[in-house]
Design a binder for this molecule. Structure first.
Ligand SMILES: NC(=O)c1ccc[n+]([C@@H]2O[C@H](COP(=O)([O-])OP(=O)(O)OC[C@H]3O[C@@H](n4cnc5c(N)ncnc54)[C@H](O)[C@@H]3O)[C@@H](O)[C@H]2O)c1
Length: 277
């Protein structure tokens, strides 16, 4: 699918967790389609968000780089420091976006964390973090954005769930439950706001080699296997096409969902054929 720069011309998007990975891919796709983009992220993830391990990655430095790339496409960009688990941060993130970019038309709730632990050894803090970021973070960002979307006479919300929001994966019950929650929230919220010209959809990505899967490939290694071999084993075993998805793949669907006037309440897979429903 090619996107035309005019598709989202004059529109403003806000992407949570937009610094890197899938969020960055979505931010750039929306900018290519003509939108100005606010990139929201946290500087450091809490220790329980194991996909970064001890890596000294600054979310805000990465967010600045993504914003620079948006500007290089000829759009306006904004970096917002916001932790989606905090209601006040979500409200400020929307207020700063409106103040700097003139409004809000497209909210993308992408921020997410992952970890692996079987239920028998899953501690409460790990469960709580998955739900705080992946599920409550979506609710708080959507609630905060609602008045701004109403002020524009409508808009689009795109929540990033996962194929793990449709099918359980052993060792990831907490992550799967949080993503099933995103799918349910998306469908219910879509029905609530449908008459206000606000459409709410979810994207369910399959497997992408972002920092999240660097962690998973390492953690799920079998004895003697390298991280690379572990990654390839999962891609080949789980994805019918045999190819991992990319942030650009997810960005294409985000542009479609930001513009499709008659699509709402859906949870659409970008997964190379892993799931039907
Ligand atoms: N990588 C995959 O294979 C895959 C598959 C399906 C779904 N997903 C989902 O896609 C989304 C993006 O994942 P990714 O693979 O790009 O991972 P990633 O770790 O590369 O990026 C996640 C981003 O979210 C940010 N973030 C985390 N907690 C936050 C918080 N509390 N507030 C604000 N920002 C926060 C991080 O700083 C980071 O920039 C997540 O919701 C993830 O669950 C990923």
């Amino acid at each position: 699918m090619t996107t035309h720069a005019s598709t989202l011309a004059g529109k403003v998007a806000l992407v949570t967790g937009g610094a890197r990975g899938i969020g960055r891919g979505i931010a750039l796709a929306l900018a290519q389609a003509g939108a100005d983009v606010a990139v929201a992220d946290v500087d450091r993830l809490p220790p329980g968000a194991t996909q970064y391990g001890a890596a000294a990655t600054s979310g805000l430095a990465d967010a600045r780089r993504t914003a620079d790339e948006v500007e290089a496409l000829g759009r306006r960009a904004l970096v917002v420091a916001a932790d989606v688990t905090r209601k006040a941060d979500c409200e400020r993130m929307v207020a700063e976006t409106e103040a700097a970019l003139g409004g809000l038309d497209v909210l993308v709730c992408n921020a997410g964390v992952v970890s692996v632990a079987p239920v028998a050894r899953l501690d409460e803090a790990t469960w709580d973090l998955a739900f705080d970021v992946n599920a409550k973070g979506v609710f708080l960002a959507c609630q905060a954005a609602l008045p701004a979307l109403h002020r524009r006479g409508g808009g689009a919300v795109i929540n990033i769930a996962s194929v793990a929001g449709k099918n359980g994966q052993p060792g990831m019950a907490h992550y799967c439950a949080s993503k099933f929650a995103v799918v349910g929230f998306t469908n219910a919220f879509a029905k609530e706001v449908a008459r206000s010209n606000i459409r709410v959809n979810a994207i369910c990505p399959g497997i992408l080699r972002t920092q999240m899967w660097e962690y998973l490939a390492e953690t799920l290694r079998r004895g003697g296997e390298s991280r690379e071999e572990s990654w390839k084993r999962y891609v080949e075993a789980l994805i019918p096409t045999g190819r991992a998805q990319t942030p650009e793949d997810v960005g294409q669907l985000a542009v479609y969902l930001a513009t499709a006037p008659n699509v709402t309440g859906q949870a659409i897979n970008v997964d190379g054929g892993m799931e039907l429903h």
